[in-house]
Design a protein around this ligand. Structure first.
Ligand SMILES: *[C@@H]1O[C@H](CO)[C@@H](O)[C@H](O)[C@H]1NC(C)=O
Ligand SMILES: *[C@@H]1O[C@H](CO)[C@@H](O)[C@H](O)[C@H]1NC(C)=O
Ligand SMILES: *[C@@H]1O[C@H](CO)[C@@H](O)[C@H](O)[C@H]1NC(C)=O
Ligand SMILES: *[C@@H]1O[C@H](CO)[C@@H](O)[C@H](O)[C@H]1NC(C)=O
Ligand SMILES: *[C@@H]1O[C@H](CO)[C@@H](O)[C@H](O)[C@H]1NC(C)=O
Length: 441
């Protein structure tokens, strides 16, 4: 199968597609190797109990079976347009809380500034991930660490770690989503950890919910693995299936039982919806009949289920909720340099064209997210990272990360073929996403 790859011009689109699928699946596959799993047997029980709580959805009479990687569809039919019936109609909630924002922080440019950035050193952060530690894994150019975001019509408030800890005092900050969101969480932990003495901080083992604790502030910075937001057969951060993704379009219960306790929530979801159709298994379905739907349609149902949870459960005076928009990929260099055939490998500087928008950032998805966010505008703030991250073709690990699988000689002779152009090196782009979050807290 590898042999069909080299230089047959006529097959380029097919090769590009195979290549993309290979990259995505090999990168998602890596999730399972991150760390040893720490089993938490009480988790399933907890989420089952939660489904009888009064704030929950009206649908399940008895709790539906928890999905895991052994879940199978007995048969699959085409999605027939069914929607969940929610207690709260999100559309009716459209009481806009006008955000007095005189300046668009998301519109600006990257300026080289090696006096203020990076905000921390890669080797000083004991919680750094081997997938993101690009310098440690041999990246020779360090330029990607030195860029500062400059909005067009104002300045960002300078990152101040003490001030951030004061904002977090006595609180739980939880990131919920996929591996991009996990990268942002690691960035946040690295940004925050340096001022806490080693014996006053701790990190729990990698699990569905992973927790960084700082004793003196009585605060936690947590990451909840929920790549599809709704309950699915991919909810184990280590042992999940990628070939057949099955989701419950009408339930976020398993994850919500964890995230409902957080004071500040930062959600994302995107790339897992970009790999073809997904299967829906409604909570009321007892015969294992799944419905197949395209990724965007599936994401829309998931976002509606999530939005319904937010609408019915979030008091914006008590909880702050953020949604991080899609993280761009840089899989085809011809998109920023006509005629070239590479990807993000060997890219050393940001893109200057302010209008640049890559094909990895799906516009129909953005429109859908925008619509859902508008309906929740009084309860959710959008951290719109897409455009500003689009410029950072230089920010990805490419080949400078730990590889869990062994690479064959053919791959090794062509570094482009095994580059990660999806995740981001740290220190780097996700630090800015957190600086933006800091502005809004
Ligand atoms: C910052 O960059 C300038 C110009 O490239 C260089 O002369 C200077 O030594 C750098 N300073 C640091 C602290 O890296
Ligand atoms: C990173 O390390 C260098 C050299 O060890 C030091 O000069 C610099 O202040 C450190 N930067 C931060 C943000 O800690
Ligand atoms: C950072 O914040 C703390 C607490 O709000 C404040 O005392 C300190 O002056 C700030 N530091 C800088 C450099 O602004
Ligand atoms: C620590 O924070 C939790 C909320 O996260 C709160 O319930 C608890 O009372 C706090 N403890 C102290 C000693 O402040
Ligand atoms: C994010 O910003 C882009 C422009 O950079 C805009 O097109 C898009 O609608 C915004 N998304 C949301 C959800 O507000």
């Amino acid at each position: 199968m590898i042999q069909i790859w080299p230089k047959k011009k006529t097959q380029l689109p097919l090769i590009a597609l195979l290549f993309f699928l290979f990259i995505v699946s090999s990168i998602l596959y890596n999730e399972r190797h991150i760390q040893q799993i720490h089993q938490n047997p009480s988790l399933k029980q907890a989420s089952l109990l939660e489904s009888t709580a009064p704030t929950d959805f009206s649908i399940p009479k008895r709790p539906p079976e928890v999905l895991d990687r052994f879940t199978k569809c007995r048969s699959t039919v085409k999605y027939n347009g069914r929607k969940a019936r929610w207690d709260v109609q999100v559309e009716e909630l459209n009481s806009r809380r006008e955000i007095e924002e005189s300046c668009d922080l998301f519109s600006g440019k990257w300026v080289f500034d090696n006096s203020s950035h990076p905000l921390y050193n890669e080797s000083d952060c004991p919680y750094m991930s081997d997938q993101l530690a690009c310098h440690k894994h041999g990246r020779p150019d360090l330029g990607y660490q030195y860029w500062r975001w400059q909005p067009h019509s104002c300045n960002l408030k300078r990152w101040n770690v003490t001030e951030m800890w004061e904002k977090l005092r006595g609180k739980r900050l939880m990131f919920v989503g996929d591996s991009l969101n996990r990268g942002q969480w690691i960035s946040m932990v690295c940004l925050l950890q340096s001022v806490i003495a080693a014996d006053k901080r701790s990190m729990s083992p990698n699990a569905h919910l992973t927790i960084f604790r700082a004793e003196e502030y009585n605060a936690t910075v947590e990451f909840l693995w929920a790549p599809l937001l709704v309950d699915s057969n991919s909810d184990d951060p280590v042992n999940h299936r990628l070939d057949e993704r099955i989701m419950r379009p009408d339930s976020v219960l398993r994850h919500a039982s964890q995230w409902e306790h957080a004071d500040i929530l930062v959600f994302n979801s995107y790339l897992w919806w970009r790999q073809g159709p997904v299967k829906l298994l409604w909570s009321s379905e007892t015969d294992g009949v799944c419905e197949e739907i395209d990724g965007l349609g599936g994401m829309e149902l998931a976002m509606e289920a999530w939005a319904n949870w937010v609408a019915s459960n979030v008091n914006h005076l008590k909880k702050q909720v953020f949604f991080v928009t899609m993280s761009p990929t840089h899989l085809w260099s011809r998109e920023w340099e006509t005629g070239s055939e590479g990807n993000c490998y060997n890219e050393k500087t940001p893109i200057n064209d302010e209008a640049y928008w890559g094909s990895g950032s799906d516009l129909p998805t953005m429109r859908m997210v925008e619509r859902v966010m508008k309906s929740l505008s009084s309860k959710v703030s959008v951290i719109n990272i897409t455009q500003l991250s689009e410029y950072r073709k230089d920010g990805h690990p490419s080949i400078y990360r730990k590889f869990w699988e062994t690479l064959n000689p053919e791959q090794l002779s062509n570094p482009v073929s095994y580059s990660d152009c999806i995740h981001w090196c740290l220190p780097g782009v996700p630090d800015l996403w957190n600086e933006l979050l800091f502005q809004f807290l």
